[in-house]
Design a protein around this ligand. Structure first.
Ligand code: DMJ
Length: 933
């Protein structure tokens, strides 16, 4: 049995060695099979084409793995743009992301079992020898417990699982004597001190050499961890216990899971995103299935599959019921508040939730899996990759994409479940996009911005651990894999653990918790099997019939119109007012605002402030609607601020040997040719003399007709632009003089003018940080002639097509801006744009303004809110709205006067607690905006 499935169909077969039949007797998992012959819908893919695609995946893996081994190993990861290893401490810190790097050759360990799945047994044997010879697990480095568990412990255990499988087959690994397992055990013991808390939840970080509390450890003072961080240990820890007989690991992981379960919000049965590891209080009370929680749910279900312990399934089912009740709004999955699960906590989704359709397949709930997957695929078709976060109306919220594998994972499981060749076509698109947009001469580079196609110097280890496995298995027939994948379960990092572990070393005393679950009612089993709602029908058109109504959901629908049944119920025929729809000129809207206790106040500096006094709402339901409206307004304001910034631009190296494959993120200029309106500018580059471009150039013949490179500093950007333009340059790239700066670690800026009229500057100007700039300077040193393309979005990088336009992406971006115009025309323009003169100055004399910041809308306490006990929501919207100014002046003044401070103690209790919670939620939201995924 496995969720992996074999070649032609998906199945939960019964492995010889595991008592799966016993497990299955109590299981609520669906036995899903798609062995029927495909008769209609997407045309079937021929065996030859599948093989061709499988071979392409192998070639891509070789490119990624080969470059890592050649240019980065023994470093943790490859930096594919600069073609070297990423060594922690030697590169500028990227914050939490770096906590995965423990100087333990992360990518090699994470790739071990991928090598066997991809039939590279010889390379696997070599790789295992290298791990045993080179890897040190005792470095003085602080690492994430979660990442070290899923990538390193999981990687070693996956490697061990397949090493013993190969040894048993009798050809390879005959020398192997559980050495990887011994390393895994050593690492397991290193992680254990993290669990030294009263709750049993682990600290988020540990020093591999010094543990937690010692002064040298530099960690152990943290108070919070994410739910997924504490709840994604059981598979690896239980496997380690069962392989070695040392029960302590499984015990610790179970204890952490038990604690999380106890702390679930009892009325909604949801969990928050972060929890205090000492008190067990929820720190962030928003709840979804993506970042921060995702693999907690995954591990409950998979722990049941691997360990056969019913309590895990019952917990999973309870949570799943809550997810489907509150978070699932097909095809969307939207975060809610654990205490107020009918209230959305965000208007955007993150990319990590793309694993969820795959988990739903394992659960046996195929319909919503198909729906969410289809929605995600349409977002991908729009941007080539899934942006880190996107709004409910499918605009980019966070534009990065670090080559995450979750969507490929779900595609694989859906194909196994449905047998629908449509999913093979989806996989083919993923392969094409990776090769077209992410492949660089030295590996595959993460996307810095899916809108521009620019790259980041980053290839995460999960790309090798997961992406290539799922893509290869998608196209593989049973005989293409040298072992039976159905005998294994995939961890969250796609490492393989054998199902026979369920019967091995079962010495952990299982709590008989079944009686605790009396709160489950029949409706819980709406989401379990057997269930006529979700049983997979033997209809080859089933998946297609579910996708059909959604086929234009991203392009044409207006999901902000999606309103919950309950919401429309309680407010009669009319749904509550959404922030996006609010028109200051609409008297009906103003009336609704009043009903919700929201008033508009004009501040002396011209800003408009919305204040909510819940006590003044017509009813507690209106007060709740008002709170939601305020939160939507805050998000909207933040989004508008972002949209009004000039988006980043791309510098693409198009000459040999790059052929457009390297794309650098560039800051735009507020003057000169606007690359979003005009076609791109293409030309060879030449350094200007003087290099700072602050006076008339002494080498006009060298820059004439070329794109001039100029160093930042010593004069205004506009002055540099004028000097190179006068020398005949057709464009300019300003390179940061601050050595080592990079768009990976510093926020991008737009170059502002000099406060004077800059209409005389007609050439395009872009800004590169030093690291990106040095990629061009290095290329000049090596190849002399270097040609670049300056544009708003990277162009097709296929060598044969390097001179052609890419009509589909052009259309895409046109559609997108048309869409944005359409949607913004309905909205009140609440946010003004910073003028160049107002842009902030830094130590350099040129003026800079932030180009792509993630600021949330500013929330300032109301000036009337002098009583700390008074609790009301306010949002200050930067910039002013003249309409509002003129029309509402009178009203706001009146309302201001009529809002005397009210003693909070007099307020009705339910509203009190709602608002108290809400304030915490707003803080959490602000934190979340700052957080990385
Ligand atoms: C992987 O490391 C794991 O899948 C984890 O659970 C979350 N996501 C990353 C890849 O995106």
């Amino acid at each position: 049995m496995s969720e992996a499935g074999g070649g032609r169909g998906f199945g939960y077969s019964v492995p010889q060695r595991a008592p799966w039949s016993l497990v299955a007797a109590t299981a609520a998992l669906c036995l899903v099979s798609a062995t029927s012959v495909w008769t209609a819908g997407a045309s079937p893919m021929s065996r030859e084409e599948k093989q061709k695609l499988g071979n392409q995946v192998l070639e891509m893996f070789d490119h990624a793995y080969g470059n890592y081994m050649e240019h980065a190993y023994p470093a943790d990861e490859l930096m594919p743009l600069t073609c070297r290893g990423r060594v922690r401490g030697q590169e500028p810190s990227r914050g939490d992301v770096d906590d995965a790097l423990g100087k333990f050759s992360l990518t090699l360990i994470d790739s071990l079992d991928t090598l066997v799945v991809l039939n590279k047994t010889k390379e696997f044997e070599d790789a295992v020898r290298k791990v045993l010879r080179d890897v040190n697990l005792d470095n003085d480095v602080v690492v994430s417990v979660f990442e070290t568990n899923i990538r390193v412990l999981g990687g070693l255990l996956g490697g061990h699982s397949l090493a013993i499988m190969l040894k048993e087959k009798g050809e390879y690994m005959q020398w192997y004597n559980d050495e990887l397992l011994q390393m895994a055990k050593q690492l397991g013991y290193k992680l254990l001190p993290a669990f030294n808390t009263t709750s049993g939840l682990p600290y988020p970080r540990i020093n591999l050499k010094f543990g937690i509390r010692k002064p040298e450890a530099r960690t152990g003072t943290e108070t919070d961890t994410c739910t997924a961080c504490a709840g994604t240990l059981i598979l690896e820890f239980a496997a380690l216990s069962r392989f070695t007989g040392a029960t302590i690991f499984e015990e610790y992981a179970r204890k952490a899971l038990d604690f999380l379960w106890e702390k679930r919000q009892r009325s909604s049965n949801l969990v928050g995103v972060t929890i205090n590891i000492h008190t067990g209080d929820w720190v962030r009370k928003d709840s979804g299935v993506g970042a921060g929680i995702d693999s907690y749910y995954e591990y409950l279900l998979k722990a049941y599959v691997l360990l056969g312990d019913d309590s895990f399934l019952e917990r999973f089912n309870t949570h799943y019921d809550a997810i489907m009740r509150y978070i699932s709004q097909p095809p969307l999955l939207l975060d809610v508040h654990i205490h107020k699960p009918m209230l959305n906590a965000r208007t955007w989704m993150d990319a990590l939730l793309a694993f969820f359709p795959g988990l739903q397949v394992l659960k046996g709930d195929i319909r919503p899996a198909i729906e969410t997957h289809e929605m995600l695929y349409q977002v991908i078709k729009k941007h080539n990759f899934l942006p880190e976060a996107f709004t409910t109306d499918f605009r980019v919220h966070w534009a990065q994409h670090p080559l995450r594998p979750e969507f490929a994972e779900s595609t694989y499981f859906l194909y196994k479940a449905t047998g629908d060749p449509y999913y093979l076509e989806v996989g083919k698109t993923l392969i094409e996009n990776l090769n077209k947009y992410a492949r660089v001469p030295c590996g595959f580079a993460a996307m810095k911005d899916v809108r521009t196609g620019s790259h980041e110097d980053r290839m995460d280890s999960f790309f090798l651990a997961e992406m290539f496995k799922y893509l290869y298995l998608l196209f593989a027939d049973k005989e293409d894999v040298i072992f039976d994948i159905e005998d294994y379960i995939f961890t969250t990092e796609a490492h393989l653990l054998p199902l026979w572990l369920s019967t091995t070393n079962q010495r952990i005393s299982k709590k008989n918790t079944t009686s605790e679950y009396t709160e489950l009612d029949d409706s819980n089993f709406d989401w379990t099997c057997p269930n006529t709602q979700i049983l997979f029908p033997n209809d080859p058109l089933y998946a297609q019939s579910i996708r059909e109504p959604l086929k234009n959901v991203v392009d044409k629908s207006c999901p902000r119109g999606i309103i919950r049944v309950e919401e429309s119920f309680r407010s009669g025929a009319k749904p509550p007012l959404r922030a996006r729809d609010f028109m200051a000129t609409n008297p009906e809207h103003l009336e609704i605002l009043k009903k919700m206790g929201v008033s508009l106040i004009h501040l002396k500096d011209g800003r408009v402030q919305l204040v909510q006094h819940a006590i003044q709402a017509a009813s507690s339901i209106d007060a709740e609607d008002g709170l939601r409206f305020m939160q939507e307004m805050i998000e909207l304001s933040s989004q508008q601020q972002k949209e009004q910034q000039l988006p980043p631009r791309a510098v693409q190296i198009v000459s040999h040997p790059f052929f457009g494959r390297v794309v650098l993120t560039a800051g735009p200029a507020q003057f000169g040719l606007d690359l979003s309106k005009h076609k791109e500018t293409r030309g060879f580059v030449a350094s200007s003399k003087p290099y700072n471009g602050c006076s008339e150039l002494t080498n006009p013949e060298a820059v004439m007709g070329k794109i001039a490179l100029i160093q930042r500093g010593q004069c205004m950007f506009a002055e540099k632009a004028r000097n190179i333009q006068n020398a005949g340059a057709i464009g300019g790239i300003v390179i940061d003089d601050n050595e080592g700066s990079s768009s990976d670690t510093a926020p991008l800026f737009q170059m502002a003018g000099d406060g004077k009229d800059t209409d005389d500057i007609t050439i395009p100007m872009l800004f590169l940080f030093s690291k990106e700039g040095s990629i061009i300077l290095d290329a000049i040193r090596e190849y002399e002639e270097v040609e670049v393309l300056l544009s708003d979005k990277a162009k097709d990088r296929d060598p044969e097509m390097e001179n052609e336009e890419q009509p589909s992406s052009e259309n895409d971006s046109q559609n997108q801006s048309a869409e944005q115009i359409a949607s913004s025309s309905q909205e009140v323009d609440l946010v003004g744009q910073e003028s160049p003169e107002e842009s902030s100055l830094n130590s350099h004399p040129e003026s800079l303004s932030p180009a792509d910041t993630d600021n949330a809308a500013s929330i300032s306490p109301s000036e009337q809110n002098s009583n700390p006990m008074e609790n009301h929501e306010t949002t200050s919207l930067d910039g002013e709205c003249t309409d509002l100014d003129n029309q509402l002046q009178e009203q706001s003044e009146t309302e201001e006067d009529s809002n005397p401070n009210v003693s909070w103690g007099k307020k009705v209790q339910p509203i009190d607690s709602i608002l108290a919670d809400w304030n915490e939620d707003i803080e959490a939201f602000e934190m979340m905006e700052k957080d990385e995924l």
